[in-house]
Design a protein. Structure first.
Length: 134
């Protein structure tokens, strides 16, 4: 079961992100050229709408693992960085007020998810404009 998207926007909206994150930042440029929502489509059948504890969106989890790969940081460190670094928080789709709770355990224990992400990252690195940006 996926977490329901809140219809309520952040009190601050994207105003803080727009002021703090330059348009030339690598993750902003990547977000413009990469189509990450395909991850949700690939994983749609793995989630039931009415059973289990609400999970984070597969796209968000993929982006977090992508950041972990990109910056070569541990599970615990990526959790910390996503919670406190505004650029990373924006990239994964969190509002200023949101934090990820106990993400490290779910990433460490989900080996099949990591294998899936390794495959998708290999696919992304084959795309010329993404490889050139790295």
């Amino acid at each position: 079961m996926l977490r329901a998207k809140s219809s309520q926007l952040s009190f601050y909206g994207n105003h803080i992100y727009d002021r703090v994150i330059p348009e030339t930042h690598f993750l902003k440029l990547l977000d413009k050229v990469a189509d990450f929502p395909f991850v949700n489509e690939l994983c749609r059948d793995a989630y039931t709408p009415d059973f289990g504890r609400p999970a984070y969106e597969p796209e968000m989890m993929f982006k977090i693992l992508f950041l972990q790969f990109l910056y070569d940081i541990s599970d615990r460190r990526v959790e910390e960085e996503v919670n406190f670094n505004l650029v990373l928080k924006w990239f994964v789709g969190l509002t200023i007020e949101e934090c990820i709770i106990k993400l490290g355990d779910s990433i460490q224990n989900n080996i099949s998810w990591q294998l899936f992400c390794a495959t998708v990252i290999d696919f992304c690195l084959c795309i010329p404009h993404i490889t050139a940006m790295r």
